[in-house]
Write a protein that binds this ligand. Structure first.
Ligand SMILES: NC(=O)c1ccc[n+]([C@@H]2O[C@H](COP(=O)([O-])OP(=O)(O)OC[C@H]3O[C@@H](n4cnc5c(N)ncnc54)[C@H](OP(=O)(O)O)[C@@H]3O)[C@@H](O)[C@H]2O)c1
Length: 271
């Protein structure tokens, strides 16, 4: 068990904290060589030290996954240090809150850049290496992609785009023996330091959501790793996620009605 992933090289984008760090930790604790990534080099180095102290084999490559050149470099560094790439998990993403009228155009662009291009670019840059290793790409989506949640539209839209990209590449890359999967992550316990972009673009710390049942980050990481292991294309996490999936498919009018009833509450909680 301890060495289940010995010899495997795993890139986890956005892994200095949160779900990405939990995924990286689980792989590293089972013998994988892990490439950590985030934009904040200082905080990323701090995370790397924790892995080093545990005796894990990791490198840290700081940079922004919405840059194509950076993603090429990220994959080259994985190859140089560890000899190849077996698994890429495109976990890095940002969130925001606010309605269309007030959310700034720059925030729309930023979410498209980070959440869509920042998932496509590392996956695309890794394809030549994954062809050799017959490896895997795991996209990280959200149950928020099942329905356009008021005051959260652009986040939902970017995760919806990830679902389509995952579907397309799953079939495109199958003949090359590359597995592509997508996880629809549900409400998860946030890091206390989790940041989002406020309506005006200011970076703020997201208050803990106490009105919803949240999954533990370690459990989320376990589910994602098991999904890749089982080569299961799509997985929806949490009971509320599964209920939302069924309702949006069979009774979308009911979901519209529920959001209409709760609009004011959602607006207040997004402030
Ligand atoms: N938490 C939830 O309840 C939840 C629910 C559904 C889906 N998800 C999805 O799960 C994933 C992880 O969420 P989380 O809550 O664990 O996030 P988080 O705590 O906010 O951490 C995000 C990580 O991504 C990094 N990052 C952000 N932008 C980046 C960029 N442009 N380039 C490289 N790294 C970047 C951050 O570090 P830097 O700031 O230093 O770059 C950080 O390490 C995301 O895809 C999210 O959409 C989360």
């Amino acid at each position: 068990m301890q060495n289940k992933y010995k010899g495997k090289v795993v890139i986890v984008t956005g892994s200095r904290q949160g779900i990405g760090k939990s995924i990286a930790w689980l792989y590293a604790s089972q013998g994988a060589k892990v490439v950590l990534n985030a934009r904040n080099a200082e905080k990323l180095e701090h995370t790397k030290q924790e892995f080093d102290e545990a005796g894990f084999e990791v490198i840290a490559v700081a940079g922004d996954v919405s840059s194509w050149n950076f993603c090429v470099d990220l994959c080259q560094k994985a190859k140089e240090h560890f000899g190849g790439i077996d698994i890429v998990i495109t976990n890095a993403a940002i969130a925001t809150r606010g309605d269309m009228e007030n959310l700034s155009p720059e925030i729309y662009q930023k979410l498209i850049n980070v959440n869509i291009l920042g998932s496509v670019y590392p996956a695309k840059a890794a394809i030549p290496y994954l062809k050799q290793s017959k490896g895997s790409i795991q996209f990280i989506s959200s149950i928020a992609s099942y329905y356009g949640i008021p005051f959260n539209g652009i986040y939902c839209a970017t995760k919806n785009a990830i679902n389509s990209i995952a579907e397309a590449t799953h079939n495109e890359l199958k003949p090359h023996n590359i597995f592509v999967g997508v996880t629809y992550v549900g409400f998860t316990e946030n890091e206390d330091s989790k940041q989002i972009l406020d309506t005006d673009g200011k970076v703020i710390v997201l208050p803990q959501r106490n009105n919803v049942q949240k999954q533990n980050r370690n459990t989320v990481a376990q589910r994602i790793i098991a999904q890749i292991e089982q080569k299961k294309f799509k997985n929806t996490l949490t009971l509320s996620g599964k209920v939302l999936r069924v309702l949006t498919k069979f009774v979308p009018g009911l979901i519209r009605f529920i959001y209409k009833l709760n609009l004011k509450k959602i607006e207040l909680s997004s402030k």
